[in-house]
Design a protein. Sequence first.
Lengths: 357, 356
Amino acid sequence: MSDAVIGQRARPTPTTAASAANRRLVAAWLFAVCFMIWIMVGIGGYTRDDGAGLSIMDWQPIAGILPPLSAAAWAQKFALYQTIPQYKLLHQGMDLAGFQALFWPEYLHRLWGRLIGFVFFIPLVAFAATGRIEKRLIPWLAALFVLGGLQGAIGWFMVASGFDPNSIAVQPARLSLHFCFAMFLFIAVLWTALTVLRPRADAISAPWLRRWAVAAAICLAVTMFAGTFVSGTHAIDVYNPATGAGLGAPPPDYLTLAPWWLNFFANKAAILFNHQALAALTVITILTTATLALRGAFPPAIRDPALAIAALVVLQFILGVTALVSKLMDVGVAHQMNAVLLLAAVVWLLHSLRRAA
Amino acid sequence: MTAKPDRLVSNWLLLLCAMIFGMVAGGGHARTIGAGYIMQVWQPVTGFLPPRTPADWTHLFALYQQTAQYHAHPIALAQFKSLFWPMFLDRVWGRLMALVFLIPLVMFWRRRRISHHLAAWLLALFAAGGAQAVFGWLLVRTGLTPGVTTPPPQWLAPHFLSAMLIFAALLWTALTVRAPKPPPIPAAAHLKPLLNASIALILVTMTLGALVAATNAVTVFNTFPQMDGHWVPPGYTALRPTWLNFLANQATVQFDHRLFASLTALTVLATAVAGLRAPLPPGTRDAFLLLAGLVSLQYLLGMITILAGSAQLGFIHELNAVLLLAAAILCRHGLRGAARGARLTPSLAAGAGAKS
């Protein structure tokens, strides 16, 4: 309302980057990119859990847009796949249809990545040319675009590790790098979108709440990092429904590997326990943050993200337990996607609590 | 009903609510260990006295030996005694409640501290408590029916539901005595139907939970979210006639409880979110926080109970359900004065936040 009143009096040119309409437009575009990254996490998680990540043995950033279009092209791709250890160890004798079932998720993951590139780049150029984006944002967004390309390269770096002798999956460390970098890009785009939408921080004096929110963000980040190794090593294999081992209690073989820190990244029992212990800590921290925020007299800009983190962290805990005990792949993917939503809500809260300039 | 807040009377009624909670704990424990049929005697007044002589024990044991449960699983006197005490304690607790209810009621009434209207209402609740005891005794008497070895679900579930209704009525009365005049809350009328639905769903889910306990359905389908790989268990309508499945078929009873628990959790969470987004007074807002926390805990407890297949965890789950119901009633009571009206706009709210 107030923007419209000011607009009538001052009559700025409609292409001013600071105009409310342009800020909303740019923010909507960046939110759309965030949404696409979220979908990307879903496709990537599905690809990983389905064991389909090694089905394309090359990386052709441009030519790879097209899938195999002829029987000969399929035969060539399949022949290439038959040379890698995963085929020999896991899928010996697989037919072409079986290969195609592995191929499509990985192909879709890569295609979606290219699509994100287009959806990021083309509006960026258009908005920059028409003066709808603030000048100081352009180098930052251009840098994010380059880093998005780097994420594609990291993805290939990860996939390449799955072709090592005797390997049937990618290296967990590289999978973790790929996911963490995706989350870095997600946070960067989301924070930028929120700042474009609300350029000025509200004058809220609640340093204690900010400290809690920062602690919640750190706990969540560490838990998600630990979660990438649960996925990377398929640590849920440790869970035994008959004995309940792997749910809650620390495993007896917690520190069997040497040096000790290797257990955190290569010992399935330790990885699974660490993720659960960190998750419990994160639930407590986030619920405390949300309760403190909801009991204070704060404006909706803080109350709403506080509600979102509380609801999403409870859902996340339930999804996590469910993913473990059911071993249903789809629940695992939902758990991973909900983690990104939870992260987005925590970033939203932090953004609402940022210091006024 | 008096218009002035009366903390003493309110505290007395809240103490009775706490005692009902204790009764649920005692009854739930007795059921969990399988002691429901152990006391085949009801002496409303002299039942205060525990058995003392060996002759007393022989008499009580002989009465229990008439039950079908004993014939199916004969036990020795020592085991009979260990099962007897929890059940005895539960009944003594019930008599104690009657005294804690009746004596202060008469005193408050004689001193005009409570109105005739309130006294009549409380007497009706006292009578409901008495009816609950009679129903409980009839439930225990089903143990003499040939072939009935555990308390039947069609008896246990109404016994539990009526206890919860008395609990809810007493809690509401206690809160009203404490704050007779509802504080006006603008722009919160939309929360009332949400809370009504939440309370109704909580009661339905609790009743279905009593059926799970009565049929010992916690021992089957110890997986989540699916039931041994099925979303709807096979044999959902295996029993004839069909309606019997909803009472006595473990698969059906557990599925129904799971389904309604999920519906209830979603409804209650949505209600809590709506409440926390509305401009409520601090006390009511905290009740909504409590509601959100307890319903989340309740769902997790339910999940873990079914995974572990543990009746003991189910007992904790049952107690938390009573707390959840109490939180929902607390929220609903805080909203008596909720009216339609202008919502607090974000800019107004932001101004209020900046000032504080």
